[in-house]
Every structure is written in structure tokens, then in C-alpha cells.
Design a protein around this ligand. Structure first.
Ligand code: PLP
Length: 419
């Protein structure tokens, strides 16, 4: 199978931003006559050449439907797909690759868990599902739907003005003894807050709740060790970690996933079907009905290998330097308010008094700096702060101190033009 993967470069011993940038062909362009500064990485990351080549190589050389195929291409595609599952399992430190279910992304993973929990009857009237004030809509709405179906109540851990979660309120809610599930994000996509995931998971587990971690943001910034975390489910999207869109992962504890019912029915998730009765497949196939995103899974493994070569800890340290520098460089701008605590990861959100975030973002784009504006799919969080949105700059491994300078310069210019 060696020839299936494009050539890998030797292991990198240190963080070399310049050579990393050249791995990302899309970054080599100008926008409105200025070098593109891409700071919308929390929305989606750009893809390195190794990922692009892996996808192309798949379609050029061994595209076929997986499992059950007897021919050469089907065997090659199946081998690469299952190898990708092992790569993900290794990255997450999962006990087994059977615990890795390929999905379309974070949203799909959360909806899967929400549906199987509703079907299982484990959550019912009088129970509580607990989320946090920092959640993305995709970690709120599926739980509201579960509550509507089961009669459970949705509870929310509030946050402080600095964008950290109110741990005392969290413990008080747990002490009520009704929480059956805690679903929360490891890093806030809106404010960059890093939550104390291990401590919160431990507390919820001691209170008898299941725990789902939304790792959409942390997957590319922090090491992920599902065994050390002690949660029951963890979800992420490939496109936030330099892989294509349309692929993601649900990791779940094998004993729990074995016990829970299947959700979507179809090919692949069955052992035997008759018109009278169907028996279901083993993990992970039980939760993978239909033809999956084969190329996406293989490309995700290439992205993970790429991140692993550099080292996620090194990436994190590099990004933390940039984000701290960005916070410092933006602070002197008159009327600016930065959201989130010091020590944020990935995202830096701000507003400038009297100016609309959308107008700021539009002007910044005209000067070559790509940021995101709006509610970041966190409307309840925006409401908590009495705002409709923010400007959000979010960082990845290929960003540089020059990008930070450009961000500060362009933000100040845009603000001055709007005044
Ligand atoms: N959760 C968080 C924290 C996110 O940042 C995102 C995307 O921005 C999602 C969930 C949803 O991810 P996707 O749209 O890839 O399913």
C-alpha cells in the first residue's frame, strides 16, 4: 500500500513557518492588490499540498466503493479508508479504531449522538441536558430537538464577563442530580476560551452524566487524548484541521456505542436483512450507513499526518504567541473591546465602539485581511454580551507575525475610515 500515499517529507524538527506557508498553495495570492492574510481559520482551514495530492491521487488511482468489493481498486480504497480510521484513532489515543465513526462533520456527529440517545430511552422527562453559554448552534439545537422529543429540559452553564464558564454555577446545576448529559466545547469558536475540559468532564461523570466534547476548535490546536479526557463522545470536523469539508469524526466509548441503538439505516450498517428482520453490523459500521466520504477520510488522515509531523504542541505554542501579540497590537485602537480571557486559543474577537462589525470586516477584506464578522453561530452568547456579533481573527499554523501586523494596521485604518 506504500504507493498509495504521496511522498512524505522528512520529519520536521522545528517550527519553520516560511516552509510551512509554501505547503499551502492558496496562500500565495493577493486580494485587492495586497498579499492575502487569511485569518478565518476557525471557520475553515486551508489545505496543504499533501492533502490536495492525497485527494487527487485517490481519484486518479484507486477510486472505488469500499468494503465487499473483490476487485483491486476496491481493495485498495478499503485498505486506505480503514488505515485512515487507524490514523484518527492514534491521533485521538482511542482504545480501538472501532471507536472511530466517520461522519460528515461536527454537526453530523452531534446529531447522531442526539438521535441515538433519544432512541435509547436513556434521557426522558425530568432529566436535564446541560450545555454551556459558549456553544455553537450545532451544540445547542440538536439537544433542543432531543429535549422536545424526550421531555427533558435544556440547562445552560452561564459565563462570566471575561468569557470563561461559571464553574460554581456548573457545580450547582450538577448538584441538582438531574443532568443526564453534558455537551460542551473544548475551545469557544467565538471567543477562544479554553475550557477546563478534564475537570468538567470528571465532575459531570461523578454526577452520573454522559459527556460529549465538541472538539471542532481544539482538534487543530491542542493534543486530544480521549482516554485521558474520560468523556463518552468527542466530535470534530476534518475541515478545521487542514482536511476537506464533508468529513468528520464521532469518537465514542465502544461499550456505550455497542449498547446504543443504530440511527440511520441502509447499506454497510447491517449484517443480514430480510423483509421480516434486520441484524446490525458491529462497530464502527453500525453507525456508517451508506457510502461514506472515502476520499475525505483518506485526506483527513493525510492532514493528521501533516499536523503530527509538525507537532500539535508546537503549532499551539506558535499560535498562542501570535494571538497574544495580536491582542497587544489591537489594544491601543480607540474604543476597542476584546472578548474572551487572556490565554485564548485560536480565535480573537473584538468590537470597536460605535462601529458595526460587518462594516469593519468588509473594509478589512478590501485591504487583504480575511476575518469573519457576525454571530459566529453563537447567537445566545452574543445575546449574553448584548451584541449582534464581533470581528473575529482566527489563527492557524501558517500565520505569521507579519499577519498580526497587517491585522492591527488594517483594523486601525478601517476604524479610522469609518469614524
Ligand atoms: N462546534 C464548534 C465549536 C465550531 O466551531 C463549529 C464550526 O465552526 C461547529 C461546531 C460546527 O462544525 P461543522 O459546521 O463543521 O459541522
Amino acid at each position: 500500500m506504500g504507493h498509495l500515499a504521496p511522498l512524505r517529507r522528512p520529519l520536521r524538527s522545528m517550527f519553520e513557518t516560511e516552509s510551512l506557508i509554501s505547503d499551502f498553495p492558496i496562500l500565495d495570492q493577493s486580494v485587492n492588490g495586497r498579499r492575502l492574510v487569511y485569518l478565518d481559520n476557525a471557520a475553515t482551514t486551508q489545505k496543504p499540498m499533501t492533502v490536495l495530492l492525497t485527494s487527487r491521487h485517490y481519484y486518479e488511482s484507486y477510486n472505488a466503493n469500499i468494503h465487499r468489493g473483490t476487485h483491486q481498486l476496491a481493495r485498495m480504497a478499503t485498505g486506505a479508508f480503514e488505515k485512515a480510521r487507524q490514523t484518527v484513532a492514534r491521533y485521538l489515543n482511542a482504545a480501538s479504531a472501532d471507536e472511530v465513526v466517520f461522519t460528515a462533520g461536527t454537526t453530523a456527529g452531534i446529531n447522531l449522538v442526539s438521535n441515538i440517545l433519544a432512541l435509547s430511552g436513556r434521557i426522558g422527562s425530568g432529566d436535564e441536558v446541560l450545555v454551556s453559554a459558549l456553544e455553537h448552534h450545532s451544540n445547542i439545537v440538536p439537544w433542543q430537538m432531543l429535549c422536545q422529543r424526550t421531555g427533558a429540559a435544556l440547562k445552560v452553564i452561564p459565563c462570566h464577563d471575561d468569557g470563561t464558564l461559571d464553574q460554581q454555577a456548573f457545580h450547582e446545576i450538577l448538584a441538582g442530580g438531574r443532568v443526564k448529559l453534558l455537551a460542551f466545547t473544548s475551545i469557544s469558536n467565538a471567543f477562544g476560551t479554553i475550557n477546563p475540559v478534564v475537570e468538567m468532564t470528571r465532575a459531570a461523570k461523578s454526577a452520573g452524566a454522559l459527556v460529549l466534547i465538541d472538539a471542532a476548535q481544539s482538534i487543530a490546536h491542542l493534543p486530544t487524548d480521549v482516554r485521558a479526557l474520560g468523556a463518552d463522545f468527542l466530535v470534530f470536523s476534518g475541515h478545521k484541521i487542514y482536511a476537506p469539508t464533508g468529513i468528520g469524526v464521532l469518537w465514542g466509548r465502544a461499550d456505550l456505542l455497542n449498547e446504543l441503538p443504530p440511527w440511520q439505516g441502509g447499506g454497510e450498517m447491517i449484517k443480514e436483512v430480510s423483509f421480516e428482520h434486520t441484524t446490525y453490523n458491529d462497530l464502527p459500521f453500525k453507525y456508517e450507513a451508506g457510502t461514506p466520504n472515502i476520499e475525505g477520510a483518506i485526506a483527513l488522515a493525510a492532514a493528521i499526518d501533516y499536523v503530527d509531523e509538525i507537532g500539535v504542541e508546537a503549532i499551539h505554542a506558535h499560535e498562542m504567541e501570535l494571538i497574544e501579540a495580536a491582542a497587544g497590537a489591537l489594544s491601543p485602537i480607540p474604543g476597542i473591546r476584546l472578548y474572551g480571557p487572556a490565554g485564548r486559543s485560536g480565535s480573537l474577537s473584538f468590537n470597536i465602539e460605535g462601529l458595526h462589525h460587518y462594516d469593519l470586516g468588509t473594509l478589512m477584506d478590501q485591504m487583504g485581511v480575511a476575518v469573519r464578522t457576525g454571530h459566529h453561530c453563537c447567537q445566545p452568547l452574543m445575546a449574553r454580551f448584548g451584541i449582534t456579533g464581533t470581528v473575529r481573527a482566527s489563527f492557524a499554523l501558517y500565520n505569521t507575525p507579519q499577519d498580526v501586523e497587517a491585522l492591527a494596521e488594517v483594523t486601525a485604518k478601517a476604524a479610522a475610515m469609518l469614524r
